[in-house]
Design a protein around this ligand. Structure first.
Ligand code: CA
Length: 226
């Protein structure tokens, strides 16, 4: 999962970045409205954290422009304390949730997790597929109850596929969602991560759809014989 943080307060941005990286998100940063608008429009994000008080272009305008352009990624706005009119303007511009400053990073992370799983059509914080469990709250993965240790990249690939299970996900799409903007992206490495996941979890967990990509099929829902 890849997140964009648009926040001009460098300390706050660093703090959010550290917590997000620790929670296995790929994170990009923008420090003013113009840069934020540009990245949000040109790159692919699973969610965006957007401060409203920004230099060059204010957050509400940035958000309006994204929505006018048809972009529907979840956006969590950061608002000033007592800024009720700011919140209203933010929601009217297309925000999905907000956190008031000063905040606990844990709350931002929890709201973000909820936005991401809702956007992918899941209500529960624990994703479950054929005995594989991924707890989005703490990043723990288990298979039939036994814990499995994954590297950050393996986790990112599995998490994306589990959020989008039963969908065919191309290697390009996976690449876009697990790496930061500046990362030297190589979609061949995806194959390596998928290979390791099959080895660590189960060989038939991730299906290869020839020429298209990968699919994690929830066989428990489609019944036996599939
Ligand atoms: Ca600000």
């Amino acid at each position: 999962m890849r997140i964009l943080v648009v926040e001009d307060d460098r300390d706050l941005s660093r703090q959010l970045g550290a917590a997000l990286t620790e929670a296995n998100y790929a994170v990009d940063f923008a420090y003013d409205g113009e840069e934020g608008h540009y990245l949000g429009e040109g790159e692919t994000y699973d969610a965006i954290i957007l401060d409203l008080g920004l230099p060059t272009i204010d957050g509400v305008t940035v958000l309006k422009r994204w929505r006018d352009a048809g972009l529907n990624m979840p956006v969590l706005i950061l608002t000033a304390r007592d800024g009720w009119s700011e919140k209203v303007a933010g929601f009217d511009a297309g925000a999905d949730d907000y956190v008031t400053k000063p905040f606990r990073v844990e709350e931002v992370l929890a709201r973000l997790r909820a936005l991401i799983r809702r956007a992918a059509g899941h209500a529960s914080a624990e994703l479950d597929c054929n005995g594989v469990r991924l707890d989005t709250r703490n990043g723990r993965v288990s298979v039939d109850g036994a814990p499995v240790k994954l590297t950050a990249h393996e986790f990112k690939v599995l998490s994306y596929l589990m959020h989008h299970r039963d969908e065919v996900v191309s290697r390009t799409e996976l690449t876009e969602h697990i790496y930061e903007q500046d990362f030297d992206k190589d979609s061949n490495t995806i194959e390596v991560f998928v290979g390791r996941l099959r080895k660590k979890i189960r060989s038939d967990l991730i299906e290869t759809v020839r020429g298209l990509g990968y699919r994690l099929v929830d066989t428990s829902k489609s019944g036996p014989g599939r």
